[in-house]
Design a protein around this ligand. Sequence first.
Ligand code: GLA
Length: 387
Amino acid sequence: MNVDQLKVEFIKFYDEGDCHVYFSPGRVNLIGEHTDYNGGFVFPCALSFGTYCLIRKTQNDYFQFRSLNQDKTYKINLDSITKAFPKGNWVNYVIGVIAQFVKNDGDLKNGADILFWGNVPNGAGLSSSASLEVATGVTINQEYNFGKTQIDIVRYSQKAEHEYAGVMCGIMDQFASGIGKKDHAIYLNCNNLEYELVPIKLEGVKIVIGNTNSPHSLDEGKYNERVEECRVAVEAIKPSKKIALLGELNPAEFNLFSDKIISETVRKRARHVVTEIERTMKAVENLKQGKLEEFGQLMNESHDSLRDDYEVTGFELDSMVEAARKIEGTIGSRMTGGGFGGSTVNLVKDEFIEQFIEQVGKEYTEKTGIVGEFYVAEIGDGGKRIE
Ligand code: GLA
């Protein structure tokens, strides 16, 4: 759907008249997985698909929220705008963000009619929820003149996910959705939020996303379990070396102290984190020097570590990655995002993309019985008003 069509939909629900249009993207992470909440490096980019938010402020004392992707619509009074709905209500992502403005910056004096539409597939590990949160954040900030920075909005969006969705996520997804730039990836230090926009110039190669169509569900506890395991690892190492986060250790230091971690499982989790941070640093260096093959090799190693040490891949993701690596023109293939289903990210030479999509799709379906989907990624801009 394009913006004009969305405006027509807006008027079908609400009255005739003007509305403003905002957009915030989903993301794909190239490397640096499960490192963000450990204070490590990530390297995501914003996609050209995401969530649109159409708004018209009113004189009413209530908000109306509709989504073209969801059946349920909501009419919420201003005096209860921060109150969470039971789990599973999509509006929680929206009011979770509005609640941060109310808490930190003051009440909203009047309501608005709002319509959302998103084209990030849900559960594909491409941050549909972060794009909804950041789209809400940029809209509310500008329409209500809160004057917050884009980074403030990113933080509010992450908070919304913690407090209203119960997922103790890091900051990568919201950061990519808020700060992304066309044809660039974001090399982000999640410890201090310093970042560099790195141009993605892939001569003769494209980023291909493979959606396993096996939905990941982060709120089912597995994600929070990993966050907790990393905390346990830090506690075990602390008496020997003062650290607050695993990201403060390089692999050599980790080897010195790893025997302090009693649980074999927790030790594996920590090993993934420290080696993944190192891989991410090397990968970005390689990319800057145009060494794509080396970058791809590190992507492969990243997946293997997520599979063996972090155990967040699963049959579907592993099957798709295995199939991808058989294609001659595949430079690197790994899962992307939280894992447990979702998508893979692949670097594929132009002349092999057609073959890639056909053969990987075929082998994946033969193995899993599920039909996957493939998109050639376009890297877009972060959240903003577009009309
Ligand atoms: C999810 C979270 C992110 C990040 C990734 C794994 O997408 O929302 O904060 O932890 O998983 O890298």
